[in-house]
Design a protein around this ligand. Structure first.
Ligand code: UAG
Ligand code: ATP
Ligand code: API
Length: 493
């Protein structure tokens, strides 16, 4: 994949001294370098990639891309080598454009969506809409590549080499439409800079990832990069103007000359007017271009209507007819691990699995379940290890404020002591019950369900493993829920 060797100049790169070798492949990790490769030695969060230039040269690298620091670290080895050297202030951006040129093809219609919560949901709904309209479509993000062509992904927004390899494979497989998620890490690290977008969406902005971005301002600046840098001026920005940061994002996009399509509740170009909830979903009324529409959504959770409207806005912005887009809405199905009905007890009580792993998502998910539930709302929450520590008590608080009963349990403790993470979550939910073992928490939560009650198991959604230290132990909330219901109600799974 990537075709035959290309010279540096074919990749729009200029090396010091004008060297122009043939490149046989690209690598961002020195351990993947082979003879004739281009190695991007990037400044890292733990170490500078310049430390691995010596190894890459030994493996036969024909060209090295780095910044001044990387060139300084490997000055001696570079001087002794005849590999071409490209030094730039922003090697991550250069890598993104190089990967785009190397792999060449991208699906013809590409859009991206950013925001703290809702990216996977919007991208998945958009892919479903496109598929209903007859387009060969995929969505790419936290749940991998899904749709007419599938592949696993390790990141929500893959690094440029993986991303462009994947886009080129999708294009070669006949995929014409792709909706991708733009994570703040991905934007900040310029992973999307070489992607040709027609439209981009902004869902919302609340607390997450402050372990990486340090401040809210830096976190927002990363997200803004989608409209400030990646989406071209002729693209359409689909903005949720209900979010307190929506106005700011709209101003960034407008200043760049992008067309704005505002989505909101009772305001905006695509405006949600009413919602009526029942046990299996909701009926929605909305307006677009001066006309009022009504549609059935077989989706649980009021916020999913906002995500659906954002997906509609992106489909329209990317070129589809609005009336035809709206006709697809009754066919949309639950996104894996997002307000997914995992099991139902014999007494009718329902168990939902959801990926809420931020304070706002926990409160949104629980608030959204209320109108679908007659009895009590029980929540199981936990927070991930090696992630934003500030969000832990806030997640506990969000659960305590919006559920009738809360159980605090483990969610990917990674390298941390799970008891300390639980203690931090319990700090915001002092009345909660602590049950470290997640399977036991699920069993106890389900055991307590009475007729009309519902249980929300938050945090892991589609995930299939519990990360403890360096081990990934098989664990699937949906599976655990159905096993527990079967055991308690005396049926086979
Ligand atoms: C924090 C973060 O985003 N790190 C990403 C970053 O790596 P880094 O800066 O930490 O790398 P490093 O370990 O300091 O090493 C520096 C450089 O040396 C290279 N290296 C390292 C060792 C070696 O032997 N040889 C070598 O060449 C590395 O490939 C790297 O380019 O650049 C790497 C290459 O592009 C990424 O793989 C890596 O993602 C790591 C694995 C990661 O877990 N990222 C997560 C946090 C992430 O990106 N998450 C987002 C957000 C999800 C969400 O919204 O919830 C996502 O898009 O998935
Ligand atoms: N529009 C929304 N507003 C607030 N919360 C939402 C919204 N959409 C989804 N959520 C909550 O966030 C959770 C994660 O949703 P989703 O996976 O779509 O977001 P994401 O941005 O892709 O997250 P990540 O990048 O971390 O995977 C959902 O399970 C739900 O609890
Ligand atoms: N993309 C998010 C997912 C978090 C999911 C939750 N289960 C956790 O492990 O904290 C992250 O890596 O921060």
């Amino acid at each position: 994949m990537g075709g035959p060797a290309k010279t540096l100049s074919q990749l729009a790169l200029t090396a010091r001294g004008g060297a122009n070798p043939q490149i046989t492949g690209l690598a961002v990790d020195s351990r993947e370098v082979k003879d004739g490769f281009f190695f991007a030695a990037l400044p890292g969060t733990r170490v500078h990639g310049g430390e691995f230039i010596q190894y890459a040269l030994r493996m036969g690298a024909a060209a090295i891309l780095t910044d001044a620091k990387g060139a300084e670290i490997a000055a001696e080895e570079l001087a002794a080598s005849d590999a071409a050297l490209i030094v730039t202030e922003d090697p991550r951006q250069a890598l993104a454009y190089t990967a785009a040129l190397w792999f060449g093809a991208q699906p013809e219609v590409m859009v991206a969506v950013t925001g703290t919560n809702g990216k996977t949901s919007v991208a998945t709904f958009l892919r479903q809409i496109w598929s209903e309209l007859g387009h060969a479509a995929v969505n790419l993000g936290t749940t991998g590549v899904e749709g007419a062509w599938t592949a696993p992904l390790a990141h929500t927004t893959p690094e440029p080499i993986t991303l462009h390899r994947c886009l080129a494979q999708a294009a070669e497989a006949g995929i014409t439409h792709a909706a991708m998620e733009a994570s703040s890490h991905g934007l900040e690290q310029r992973r999307l800079d070489g992607v040709r977008l027609r439209a981009a969406g902004f869902t919302n902005f609340t607390q997450d990832h402050l372990d990486y971005h340090d401040t809210f301002e830096a976190y927002f600046a990363a997200k803004e990069g989608l409209f400030r840098r990646v989406l071209p001026p002729e693209g359409t920005a689909v903005i949720n103007i209900d979010d307190p940061k929506g106005g700011e994002m709209r101003a960034v996009a407008a200043a760049r000359g992008q067309t704005i399509l505002a989505v909101g509740q009772g305001v905006g170009d695509l405006s949600l007017l009413n919602q009526r909830f029942d046990a299996t979903g909701q009926d929605v009324r909305f307006s677009y271009d001066g006309k009022v529409y009504q549609a059935r959504l077989n989706l649980i959770g009021g916020f999913q209507a906002q995500n659906v409207l954002m997906a509609c806005g992106l489909a329209i912005a990317a070129g589809d007819d609005a009336e035809r887009v709206f006709e697809t809405l009754p066919h949309l199905i639950t996104v894996r691990g997002r307000m997914q009905l995992a099991a139902t007890r014999d007494n009718g009580a329902a168990v939902f699995v959801d990926y809420a792993h931020t304070p706002d998502a926990v409160s949104t998910a629980l608030t959204a379940l209320r109108p679908h539930v007659m009895g009590r709302l029980i929540a199981i929450v936990g927070a991930g290890g090696d992630r934003d520590v500030g969000k832990r008590p806030l997640m506990g608080q969000a659960a305590a404020e919006n559920a009738d009963i809360v159980l605090v349990t483990d969610d990917n403790p990674r390298s941390e002591d799970p008891a300390l993470i639980r203690a931090a979550v319990l700090g915001g939910a002092p009345c909660a019950t602590e049950v470290g073992d997640r399977a036991e928490a699920i069993l106890r939560g389900i055991d307590s369900l009475q007729p009309g009650d519902a249980l929300l198991i938050a945090g892991k959604g589609h995930e299939t493993g519990q990360i403890v230290g360096d081990d990934v132990l098989p664990f699937d909330d949906v599976e655990q829920a159905s096993v527990a219901v079967a055991a308690l109600d005396g049926r086979g799974v």
